[in-house]
Design a protein around this ligand. Structure first.
Ligand code: ATP
Length: 453
């Protein structure tokens, strides 16, 4: 497959926009930040929330073969023995003998330090799990780990879910939550964090149907990103080679996104076979089998795991949506977010701060906020206010002008086309609802018209 050449959007522009407009800040910035930890600001938290809601809706709400779970971050330490993380969740670490920078040896192209060219130490394995203690005594017996993935919470609850929901195979458990990895190589903004959020599915199937469900989930997950507006040409599927496969996986595909630094993993989809249930059964002494009523046999289901990252999805969406246009001698920066993901759905803008306009605009603002995240902005020229909304990806602006006082109508302006329509204020809510749901702008409500200013 020929790969498209990387596009123009560079990471600095995304980082700077995120910082300037309150999407993402370095963690504990007033103390100089904490490496590879990030805080989501007022707009970032909305974006993240919208991503998680869209995922939950697609994989739990709209399906009858999936249930949700919210397992705790701290788990019994034996979980990590059974899963193989205590032994195997490690990267090969090398250190430069001159500048003492540390690197993941499997990331390096040559055998000298990429920073100063110095000689490197022999690689040693470095476990990526964060350790802490449970209870007041800091001793070996009370060591627990911050989970490096949400998956294990779903495996250890397999029996609970089967017994309480009466779900029959095939069915899945879905979970969204924080995970922690003490990554050696960090950087690339929120692509590789030490604390991040995952959206994971563990889909339990009859062993002989694993291939079919594996293919199904690859297709399903790829389509989800496309439906959310990510350009298909910026996504690709990459199969793991035999020597790349994780210890638990029979087969694995990555959905890669063409980030500013190149193609990199956005989501991984693995066929985990019966590895997890066998391991947890053996370590816990519980029988984690499933009684198949058709064959009257106890079986160990196979597991297909689509595992996505909220932060990497947010970064892919920001990169994909970013655009610059020249308009009236100025650069218009805009984010073409799908309405479902846009942090702010509508901005209400009175043309001036005259009291008569402000009171109408404030009433519209109060009404629309019942339904969506809405901004009210009356500072500076209308052109500047439009630009501010474009830059954060607000799909629609509602402008209240002096004529609104006479005809009780307001203007809706569309972010991407800059087209405008004029609609009765009483029709605003229904009209915006339809437009946010994808109806073309020029489908007009009663009394509406195309607006040319
Ligand atoms: P990589 O090879 O990039 O380290 P991985 O193969 O270790 O990633 P998985 O264990 O498959 O990642 O985790 C599933 C998903 O969790 C990834 O596709 C990614 O979206 C997300 N993820 C994993 N590690 C991180 C991280 N350090 N920061 C942000 N997201 C992450």
């Amino acid at each position: 497959m020929t790969e498209p050449t990387p596009r123009k959007v560079d990471m600095e522009k995304i980082v700077s926009l995120c910082r300037r407009r309150g999407f993402i800040f370095p963690s504990s910035e007033i103390y100089g930040g904490l490496s590879s930890c990030w805080d989501y600001g007022p707009l970032g938290v909305e974006l993240k929330q919208n991503i998680k809601q869209a995922w939950w809706r697609a994989v739990v709400q709209e399906r009858d073969d999936m249930v949700g779970l919210d397992a705790s971050i701290l788990m019994h330490p034996q979980t990590w023995e059974a899963s193989g993380h205590l032994k195997g969740f490690a990267d090969p670490l090398v250190e430069c003998k001159s500048c003492h920078l540390r690197w993941r040896s499997d990331d390096l192209k040559g055998d000298s330090c990429p920073s100063c060219g110095g000689e490197l130490t022999e690689p040693h394995l470095f476990n990526l799990m964060f350790k802490t203690f449970i209870g007041p005594i800091e001793e070996q017996a009370s060591v627990v780990y911050l989970r490096p993935e949400t998956a294990q919470g779903m495996f250890v609850n397999f029996e609970n879910v089967v017994n309480t929901t009466r779900k029959r195979l095939p069915f899945g458990i879905a979970q969204i939550g924080k995970a922690f990895r003490n990554e050696i190589t960090t950087g690339n903004f929120i692509f590789r964090c030490r604390e991040f959020e995952q959206m994971e599915i563990e889909f339990f199937v009859k062993p002989e149907t694993d291939k079919q469900w594996f293919d199904y989930w690859i297709e399903e997950r790829l389509n989800w990103y496309v439906k959310l507006g990510i350009k298909r040409e910026n996504l690709r599927l990459r199969q793991h080679t035999k020597d790349e496969l994780a210890h638990y996986a029979r087969e694995c595909y990555d959905i890669d996104y063409l980030y500013p630094m190149g193609w990199a993993e956005l989501e991984g989809i693995a066929n985990r076979g019966d590895f997890d249930l066998v391991q947890h059964a053996s370590f816990s002494g519980k029988s984690l089998t499933y009684y198949d009523e058709e064959t009257k046999q106890h079986i160990i289901p196979y597991i297909i795991e689509p595992s996505a990252g909220v932060d990497r999805t947010a970064l892919a969406l920001l990169c994909d949506a970013y655009d610059e246009e020249q308009a009236e001698g100025e650069t218009r920066v805009l984010l073409h977010f799908h309405p479902t993901l846009a942090p702010i759905k509508v901005a209400v803008l009175p043309l001036s701060r005259r009291e008569s306009l402000v009171s109408v605009a404030k009433q519209i603002y109060a009404d629309l906020r019942q339904h969506w995240m809405v901004n009210y902005d009356d500072a500076q020229s209308i052109g500047r206010r439009y630009r501010r909304q474009d830059e954060i990806g607000t799909p629609f602006c509602v402008t209240v002008d002096f004529q609104s006082l006479e005809d009780e109508q307001a203007t809706i302006r569309e972010r991407d086309t800059l087209n405008q329509i004029r609609v009765p204020i009483s029709e605003l809510e229904n009209t915006l609802q339809a437009k946010l749901g994808g109806e073309p702008l020029f489908v007009l409500p009663p009394g509406g018209r195309i607006w040319k200013e």
